[in-house]
Design a protein around this ligand. Structure first.
Ligand code: NAP
Length: 258
């Protein structure tokens, strides 16, 4: 059994959370260009308004929210239901990255990261699932990271938040495949965005936000569950995680100089 894709985004109703910059912004631009209806969410409303102006007035909804606030998510989803009657795709891109190592580990930062990167997507999924299950249709796409595959330096809170998203998507896929709802788990490597601009090391296989958006949308078009890119980097990390720990840690220490 294979899950459905979205072969043509034109007219599809998409709730894009994390639309104001980076990968989410590039996805919004591509989706508006493809004729989709896009509900644009994140905190910075002025950026969402700029994106909305790219399409016609019927095409976009601007719904500013903070993913750590369940009430704001609920109000936004109610607005979408009132305006469009439902959604075809939840595309959850929003995420935060604060570099953390053992010598600066800070529980407040860890809690904020888990709240935004793990509980945020869970809140949105809890909202959209009932309608999708009723309709036996719909798509849930969540951006994780290759940093969730296995432990890497400087990711003491970010890594666990993304590893948990991978597990969440796997478990959702298991439940939803027989029920007609598609799940798309998205694991990017390094993408040039505001989030990675803070990195003080050379990022291997770095791609642009536009390239990342193209990979994401093509994966959803084709109904892929495991959307990972760029393959030259993500396949290498997938291979590393199946190695015995002594070899895995030797390779990481040898090649990751951060
Ligand atoms: N760039 C990479 O190399 C890379 C690699 C792997 C995975 N990822 C993942 O890709 C996703 C996008 O990252 P990016 O690199 O494009 O970063 P970015 O440019 O910093 O964008 C992050 C987006 O998330 C939104 N956001 C953050 N906290 C939010 C909150 N509490 N409520 C609502 N929206 C919030 C931001 O909007 P506001 O600030 O307007 O709220 C922004 O739209 C993230 O999940 C990230 O973990 C990125």
């Amino acid at each position: 059994m294979k899950q459905k894709g979205i072969p043509n985004f034109s007219g599809k109703r998409i709730w894009l959370i994390g639309a104001s910059s980076g990968i989410g912004e590039a996805c919004a631009q591509a989706l508006i260009k493809a004729g989709a209806k896009v509900a644009l969410s994140s905190r910075r409303v002025e950026r969402l308004n700029t994106l909305a102006a790219l399409g016609n007035t019927e095409q976009s909804l601007v719904l500013p929210l903070d993913v750590t606030d369940d009430g704001q998510l609920k109000n936004s989803y109610q607005s979408i239901l009132r305006t469009w009657g439902g959604i075809d795709l939840l595309l959850f891109v929003s995420g935060v990255y604060v570099p953390l190592r053992a010598d600066n580990f800070d529980i407040d930062t860890a809690e904020q990261t888990i709240d935004a990167n793990l509980l945020g997507p869970m809140r949105a999924v809890a909202l959209v699932l009932p309608e999708m299950l009723k309709a036996h249709a719909g798509h849930i796409a969540i951006v994780s990271s290759v940093a969730g595959y296995s432990g890497l330096p400087k990711a003491l809170a970010y890594g666990p938040s993304k590893a948990a998203i991978i597990n969440f998507c796997e478990t959702l896929y298991y439940d939803l495949l027989p029920l007609g709802v598609s799940v798309h788990m998205i694991s990017p490597g390094f993408v040039a965005t505001e989030a990675t601009a803070q990195n003080d090391f050379e990022m291997p296989a770095l791609i642009s936000a536009q390239e990342a958006a193209a990979e994401i949308l093509s994966g959803i078009e084709n109904g892929e569950f495991d959307i990972h890119f760029p393959k030259r980097f993500s396949r290498f990390l997938k291979f590393l995680r199946i190695l015995p720990y002594p070899i895995y840690f030797w390779i990481v220490r040898r090649f990751v100089k951060i």
